[in-house]
Design a protein around this ligand. Structure first.
Ligand SMILES: *Cc1c(COP(=O)(O)O)cnc(C)c1O
Length: 362
């Protein structure tokens, strides 16, 4: 039996059918429909932020967020992330400047940001990698000192809270992905969370071609609208979120019980006072009897889909070779060569995590 690295969470079939039934009466399929509005309200409440703007997917949410804040020039980000983070900057005409990560929780190394700031820098775009929160206080301090924006790629951090404060509450705005493989999904989908009313208003216009109420285009906008069927999936999945995270936690505990204290294996970091969402289970193989690649291969032979995530780093992609920033982030490169994310999803059983650990340890 094959075990994939992830498995999408789905509500009971009947729940979804019940939720979409009235769409057949209203024939309201998209364009800020009732389900779209309801999901935005529920997420605003859950995040404790003033505005949530839904999008077709997380990547477009990033692109629109960059456009909405009118960012230009250079933006400081990290190469230890999914391609989407960097691509969104580049596609909006911005030069990404790669800052290294720290080896503790793999988020941006706040001590290396200031040296990268130039007169062209307009923002910092950190990533809450694997749902581990960045040093948001220090980042804000730097941003305030140099008058920069802070936009978070919070794609991994849905359901993460620090001392009761949601991951959505930091910086100028945060992007969440609701892709099928994330902790909370709307099949495809995403949002921008912000307390900036002007930004929210602009994003709502930008994602609808830039049209105002008089059918006049005030911006040359695009199309980033979430459909009612996606929103319906979100409304259903939201009801089961607590259980989803609890089951992920159980699976993660299965790994910890077997791999804790093994020489050469570093388990996922645990952040104090942070409520985790157990989005991923990244393991670092450093000085273990087998290399990361050997472990990955052994798992693969046994039909277990562990993922080298993130590998390779974004600054080694051929599309960014011209930036000549490949060798400026040694910690990112080193972690990318040693990390393996093990299968993790709600419902992955103790039997299965035991079997995976047996293979890793044998
Ligand atoms: C998933 C993800 C994205 C992109 O989100 P989509 O909803 O798939 O477009 C961006 N950044 C990170 C770190 C992600 O994991």
């Amino acid at each position: 039996m094959k075990i994939n690295v992830t498995r999408s969470s789905m509500p009971p079939f009947e729940d979804y059918i019940e939720e979409i039934r009235d769409i057949w009466d209203s024939r309201y399929l998209t364009n800020n429909g009732p389900k779209h509005q309801k999901l935005e309200e529920k997420l605003e409440e859950y995040f404790g932020v003033d505005h949530v703007v839904l999008f077709t997917n997380g990547h477009l949410a990033l692109e629109f967020m960059i456009e909405g804040l009118d960012l230009k020039g250079e933006v400081i980000t990290t190469p230890f992330t999914f391609a989407s983070t960097t691509n969104s900057l580049f596609r909006k005409g911005i030069t990404p400047v790669f800052c290294d990560i720290n080896p503790i929780d793999y988020t941006i190394d706040v001590d290396k940001i200031e040296a990268l700031i130039t007169e062209k820098t307009t923002a910092i775009m950190p990533v809450h990698v694997y749902g581990k929160l960045c040093d948001t206080e220090k980042i804000q301090e730097i941003a305030d000192k140099y008058n920069l924006r802070v936009i978070y790629d919070a794609a991994h951090a849905f359901g993460v809270f620090k001392k009761g404060v949601s991951s959505a509450a930091f910086g100028d705005a945060s992007m969440f992905s609701f892709h099928a493989t994330k902790v909370f999904n709307t099949i495809e989908g995403g949002c921008v969370a912000t307390n900036n009313s002007d930004l929210a208003k602009k994003l709502n216009t930008l994602k609808n071609f830039g049209l105002d109420a008089n059918a006049n285009c005030v911006y040359s906008g695009g199309n980033g609208k979430m459909s009612e069927f996606q929103a319906a999936m979100g409304l259903c999945n939201l009801k089961y979120l607590d259980r989803e995270i609890a089951l992920r936690r159980e699976a993660a505990e299965g790994y910890v019980s077997r791999l804790n204290g093994i020489k050469g294996i570093k388990l996922p970091p645990v952040q104090s006072e942070v409520l985790d969402n157990y989005s991923y289970f990244p393991v670092i193989f450093d000085g273990y009897k087998y290399s990361r690649d050997e472990v990955a291969q052994r798992l693969s032979i046994n039909d277990i889909g562990a993922r080298k995530y993130f590998y390779p780093t974004v600054n080694s992609f051929t599309c960014y070779a011209h930036l000549q920033q490949q060798n400026t982030t040694p910690i990112s490169t080193s972690i990318a060569e040693k990390v393996l994310t093990l299968p993790l999803y709600a419902g992955l059983s103790r039997e299965e995590t035991d079997m995976i650990c047996d293979i890793i340890l044998s």
